[in-house]
Write a protein that binds this ligand. Structure first.
Ligand code: MN
Length: 235
């Protein structure tokens, strides 16, 4: 097998150890890709080497992005931040975007994509969003969808899942505020929260606020399949 090689970004644990939930590997393998862990690093040359080698980038879920990276100071309700991971993910995302290589961002990954393109975030939707919110941090099994999203029929996401309304899981307290350059909103939940974005200037740059890697349904399978298929075209 000569690929496609899909980079999977990793969690930064206390003490600098990294980890990746195996469900990310499983979904890439199931879709026909070869997963490779991208370690968190400040080494720009290493990041460029990964961006050169890899055919696709899966930005995984994780803690909050340092708000200083979108020119805001931290509010009280900001969660944990991991500066080295922020650096790696923003740098490699910019390189992938420039090179027109496929990117799939999950949860934090959607937020990284957005910030890499100059967008901003609600540091905590419950503290900062005007309006009545749904429960976006579910207390339910991760393979169980707890709220709906409405998908724009003009979007790439709609072409992939072929449904206007799907049920998704939800594990976030942050969300997109201002959408980054060249991106547009492809779905929202009923309270108006942005649940996915995509680029109209890139063959495959999609971010989703939910966790398709934990859902065992057709929309999640087709999303991973479409992502890996796109990476095969650049491989
Ligand atoms: Mn949600």
């Amino acid at each position: 097998m000569s690929g496609p090689f899909i980079g999977i970004t990793s969690r930064e644990l206390n003490g600098g150890e990294t980890s990746v939930q195996s469900v990310n590997f499983k979904r890439i393998v199931k879709a026909g890709g070869v997963p490779i862990i991208v370690p968190n690093t400040y080494d720009q040359e290493m990041i460029e080497a990964y961006a050169h080698l890899l055919h696709g980038l899966l930005l995984t879920g994780g803690p909050d992005i340092d708000p200083l990276l979108f020119d805001e100071e931290p509010i009280r309700d900001l969660g944990q931040i991991t500066p080295r991971r922020d650096f790696l993910e923003l740098e490699i995302t910019k390189l992938f975007y420039e090179k027109q290589k496929p990117i799939l961002g999950i949860c934090r990954g959607l937020q990284v994509l957005n910030v890499a393109q100059g967008g901003t975030l609600y540091q905590d939707i419950y503290a900062q969003y005007d309006g009545k919110l749904l429960k976006h941090r579910q207390n339910a099994p991760s393979n169980y969808g707890t709220h709906f999203i409405n998908i724009d029929k003009q979007s790439e996401l709609y072409k992939i899942v072929e449904q206007e309304k799907i049920r998704v899981n939800s594990y976030h307290h942050q969300a997109i505020k201002d959408v980054g350059q060249e991106f547009y909103v492809s779905s929202r939940s009923s309270d108006g929260i942005i649940e996915s974005i995509e680029s109209n200037a890139h063959p495959f740059a999609i971010g989703v606020q939910w966790h398709p890697e934990h859902l065992e349904d057709a929309p999640s399978d087709t999303l991973f399949a479409a992502f890996v298929k796109a990476t095969r075209e650049t491989a």
